[in-house]
Design a binder for this molecule. Structure first.
Ligand code: ADP
Ligand code: ZN
Length: 802
């Protein structure tokens, strides 16, 4: 028998399976979907079994599989198909698609060893390179010179190189003691044990004292409670009183947490209509993608919970995706409180071990509801009854590295496979999805009012141009007054500092010099908390200069408003206010995000000041004022989606106000008060925004009127990157139809990042039957010719045009 294996080697001719012989002893063990270790050239690599066949058409020598790496398949037949679909549609290698689907722990590590064949003949090498051993692992300890010498010796046959695949997947185990006798028997044995063997007598007594129905106990507990030692346990085992068993444990990130059980709320009329519509379709076996357009606080999440309940009642499972940033403890709580342990939670805050355990919990069917961020769309859940994407407009659903998939597309593919509905929910749907609903590709569902009919908060726009004549601070007088008022009434305030497209930098006031990254064409960002200048693209760091590096004058000034600076200003205005600042710096450590929110939620603070991360998903009833300090920064990004993103952000953050019984108020400070994104956020008018923005997109020939694909070419040599980009354009011109628009190659707006030069080609098209074939061909060709000097990436429907 032969296995068709996708191997972990990145090169063009390999985007297809290779045939390997299944050794006889593994014939009944190796299955489709398992990981296997296979030889490839002189190396050993990991691969995935795609198929098992009786005969091979391959003419050359066929190597046998070295060993299976799993006891059961890690990829289901569905996942194998999905990988093929992904590879074809996002132009990524099969191997990277499959690896993306699995938890990082299942991605193997490779180790390289040097082996000295005859140590006695080379005593100097033996001592200096091998530290007196036959074999040494290459962990990067050798200098290039030393490495060259070792490789020369390899050519001479003195040294050999071995590669090993190291499986990182580790299940955590626990020791259990199993009682082998009845309490009565222990009594008898105890009586027969000599008096001076006190420890043994005590051990037997402890075993006898265990409740009759308890036939096993965690070794650690038993030993700790009774003060026994490891030696005592050993004796007991050797005497046949107990038996030791190793059992897998799950690292549960929510262990020891109490969740109060909640029950379904009585749906209001609008909710009920929407709820029934989907249910009705389900009963008729009609499968659709729905766009649930519901204002903030309209009870979308309550509907999600009730649909999921319906589905699991029928013995099926459910998937709930939320953007990473709104996977807040509040959100998780709502699911855990309704469904308890049946919920598996996957997000980036988990350790690799926790992720692996949640994944296994799903695979072993111990959980039938998955709540998670983007990559949890690949959870190995079977028999799916519903897939929900909350905040469907969020750009974080698109992966910005290979494979560049969109979770929405994967959701729709999986839903077709399982014959189940997809719900896309948002208060501000992406224009793409809303346009699809317009054309009935998706079914539109609407919740126009808040769940308990609370009014949407009053939004006021404060013109900062006018304010500037009387007050140059960050806070307008009106916003200051409003904050003061909430402090007096013991109500809470949320303040948003819009950091999108915005950073703090240093400039010399004399010569105008701005400190830039030496590796990238971008200015360095000031981080006051650690007193460093950092590059957000390559990670370069340097001290804040005292003098201008160019004109040597002592005129360095800081520009821009950091959250920390705003916090100081706020505290000065309101010395008595208790302020929580939430940004990347205060939430870096695990658990900090949650701790700060809990503190705010339990009224231990008056003001929550933060960046985008506070705009979503928070539901605090005592918040009656939301202030947006700078609405404009995100308007000025040169990207056709910048108005859409600004509108979404303002609507989201405004939705945090007045969610309880108290009415809410929102104040937006802006230098462009007449801009329609800001005006329509003020009136909570998504419909009008959609209509206006669609006109703009139509005129500019932008999505959703056209599809886009971006090809990016980069190299350390500027000329090489440009020449390759021109070649790609010429290639595409030959193949694609006349209606398709090709723009570029042009340098990217940050032309150089981490010492590499970037050029982009944008393809705009309505219908282009040749495109998939052309881009697949391009993917294969570019990997072949360039030997890493030039990198080409293909991004279907890019989220950023910068
Ligand atoms: P969304 O997800 O649209 O922002 P939520 O589901 O979070 O809305 O609902 C907003 C608030 O209204 C929550 O506090 C929720 O418990 C409450 N709520 C939702 N539906 C109902 C209902 N049918 N009856 C009473 N309260 C409801
Ligand atoms: Zn840089």
């Amino acid at each position: 028998m032969y296995a068709k294996v996708i191997v972990d080697v990145w090169a063009n001719q390999l985007n297809r399976p290779f045939d390997y012989l299944i050794p006889e002893e593994f014939e009944d063990i190796i299955e489709v979907g398992m990981r296997v270790a296979v030889p490839f050239g002189s190396r050993t690599v990991q691969g995935f079994v795609m198929d098992i066949v009786l005969e091979t058409t391959f003419e050359g020598k066929i190597s046998p599989i070295i060993k299976p790496m799993d006891l059961e398949p890690v990829l289901t037949p569905e996942m194998i198909l999905l990988g093929q679909h992904m590879s074809q549609t996002v132009f990524a290698f099969l191997i990277s698609c499959y690896q993306t689907m699995l938890p990082p722990m299942l991605k193997s590590k490779y180790e390289k060893y040097f082996h000295l064949k005859d140590p006695e003949a080379y005593p100097e090498i033996y001592q200096n390179y091998f530290n007196g051993e036959d074999t040494v692992e290459d962990v990067g300890q050798f200098t290039n010179q030393e490495l060259a010498k070792l490789l020369r010796l390899r050519k001479e046959g003195v040294v050999s190189v071995e590669h090993k695949v190291i499986d990182k997947a580790k299940v955590k185990m626990e020791d259990w003691l199993i009682r082998l006798q009845s309490p009565m028997d222990y009594q008898v044995i105890q009586a027969a044990t000599p008096l001076k063997a006190t420890k043994q007598k005590l051990f037997l007594a402890a075993l006898e004292a265990l409740p009759k129905e308890q036939s096993e106990i965690l070794k650690k507990d038993f030993v700790d409670q009774n003060g026994f030692t490891a030696a005592d346990v050993k004796t007991a085992i050797s005497k046949g009183w107990v038996k030791l068993e190793k059992r897998p444990v799950n690292r549960d990130p929510y262990a020891g947490r109490e969740f109060t059980q909640t029950n379904a709320l009585q749906l209001n009329e609008a909710q009920q209509l929407v709820f029934d519509e989907v249910l009705h379709d389900m009963r008729q076996d009609i499968v659709k993608t729905y766009l649930l357009e519901g204002v903030t606080g309209s009870g979308k999440t309550e509907l999600y919970l009730q649909w999921i309940d319906e589905v699991i009642q029928k013995g099926k499972s459910a998937m709930m995706l939320v953007p990473e940033i709104s996977l807040t403890p509040q959100m998780v709580n709502r699911f855990k409180s309704r469904f308890g342990d049946r919920v598996a939670v996957l997000h980036s805050g988990l350790s690799a071990g926790e992720k692996f355990d949640e994944w296994r919990k799903i695979k072993n069917k111990e959980a039938d509801i998955v709540v998670g961020a983007r990559s949890s769309i690949f959870a190995p859940i079977e028999d799916i009854g519903i897939i929900i994407l909350d905040e469907e407009h969020e750009s974080s659903y698109k992966q910005e590295e290979n494979p560049r998939y969109h979770a929405r597309d994967i959701a729709i593919w999986r839903a077709r496979y399982h014959h189940c509905p997809v719900i896309l929910g948002s208060a501000t749907p992406s224009l793409e999805s809303r346009a699809r609903a317009q054309k009935s590709v998706y079914q539109l569902l609407e919740l126009p009012t808040r769940a308990k009919d609370q009014p949407l908060p009053e939004v006021k726009i404060i013109d900062m141009k006018q304010e500037y004549s009387k007050n140059r601070g960050t806070f307008s007088l009106e916003l200051q007054e409003a904050i003061k008022d909430r402090l007096d009434k013991k109500e809470q305030t949320v303040l948003l500092l819009n950091r999108r497209g915005y950073s703090s930098f240093v400039m010399c006031r004399d010569c105008g010099y701005v400190l830039e990254c030496p590796n990238c064409d971008i200015s360095l960002t000031l981080h006051m908390d650690v007193h460093q200048m950092k590059c957000h693209y390559c990670g370069f760091e340097t001290n804040i200069p005292r003098r201008c590096p160019k004109c040597f004058e002592n005129q360095i000034r800081y520009y821009g408003t950091g959250t920390q600076k705003v916090e100081e200003e706020l505290q000065e205005l309101f010395p008595e206010a208790r302020i929580i600042r939430m940004d990347v710096d205060t939430t870096r450590k695990k658990g900090q995000h949650e701790a700060l929110l809990n503190k705010f939620g339990s009224n231990q603070a008056d003001i929550l000041l933060g960046t985008q991360m506070i705009a979503k998903g928070l539901d605090f009833p005592n918040v009656t004022l939301v202030g947006v300090i700078n609405a404009d920064t995100s308007l000025n990004i040169p990207d056709f989606r910048s108005f859409e993103r600004t509108f979404q952000l303002l609507t989201q953050v405004a939705g945090r106000a007045g969610r309880g019984d108290l009415a809410g108020e929102v104040m937006i400070q802006s230098f462009n008060p007449e801009n329609y994104a800001i005006q329509l956020a003020k009136s909570h008018n998504y419909r009008e925004f959609y209509a206006r923005e669609m006109q703009v997109r139509h005129m500019g020939n932008y999505p959703p009127y056209v599809f886009t694909t971006m090809i990016t070419v980069s190299s350390e040599e500027e000329g090489l990157a440009l020449r390759e980009a021109v070649k790609i354009r010429q290639y595409l011109e030959q193949i694609l139809t006349g209606q398709t628009i090709l723009l570029g190659p042009t340098p990217k707006s940050i032309a150089r990042i981490n010492k590499r030069y970037y050029f982009q080609i944008l393809i705009k098209y309505k219908r282009e039957p040749q495109l998939t074939r052309a881009l697949n061909e391009l993917m294969l060709q570019t990997q072949q010719t360039t030997a890493n000097k030039v990198t080409v990436s293909i991004d279907v429907e890019p989220m950023s045009f910068l």
